[in-house]
Design a protein around this ligand. Sequence first.
Ligand SMILES: Nc1ncnc2c1ncn2[C@@H]1O[C@H](COP(=O)(O)OP(=O)(O)OP(=O)(O)O)[C@@H](O)[C@H]1O
Ligand SMILES: [Mg+2]
Length: 229
Amino acid sequence: MERREFVANVSHELRTPLTTMKSYLEALQDGAVEDAALASKFLGVTQRETERMIRLVNDLLQLSRLDSKDYKIHLERTDYLAFCQSIMDRFEMSKKQNIEFVRQFPKGSFYVLMDRDKLTQVIDNIISNAIKYSPEGGIITFAIRRRGNKIRTMISDQGVGIPKENLPKIFNRFYRVDRARSRKLGGTGLGLAIAKEMVEAQGGEIWAESDWNRGTTIHFILPLDRRDS
Ligand SMILES: Nc1ncnc2c1ncn2[C@@H]1O[C@H](COP(=O)(O)OP(=O)(O)OP(=O)(O)O)[C@@H](O)[C@H]1O
Ligand SMILES: [Mg+2]
């Protein structure tokens, strides 16, 4: 993405929550503060908008670190199945919506040389999208398959899906298929861009597959640690 376009996008993404906050604060100033219920509602809005800006700024910092030359990844030999189990356990514990998580893990154990924090963030970003776009009662499947000296991870949901023509773009910075829908759901379009850069920095590949209205699958592959086998 061009620098000019990037700056325009960032400015836009920051201005939106700021103007929202400004109008709610003005309404409070103009008297809404006297009405306890209204005041609490308006303060809630400004609080959520502040949190949105913090998330955005954190994502931007993350991307600027990825862009910088001294970007370092800390590769550690990791039991991949155990690593993924613990991530899924965490999602299972903290889930708020009516969503079912299904794990399809192979038998045995294998090791991947990876940066655990970064890969945790990759999977978090993918699963939070899956949750965000899942229907009530939807199933999110987390599948792992070994192929030769590579390991493939597939995270599928039964949500709205992504039209074919938009698929390649979802890994671009700030890209959202439907801005209005994503805004309501709180996205900025940076999650998958970060995921892609992180997977590629670890020698992997990431892509998406989707049927409009049927659901989405995000695939990524990572090389297995050769010392294994
Ligand atoms: N599982 C999914 N189902 C449907 N659409 C998806 C899914 N995952 C991603 N998308 C589409 O791809 C876009 C980009 O995803 P990405 O995670 O990069 O951004 P976001 O979720 O909008 O915002 P952020 O992750 O920065 O909060 C989303 O806005 C959405 O339109
Ligand atoms: Mg996202």
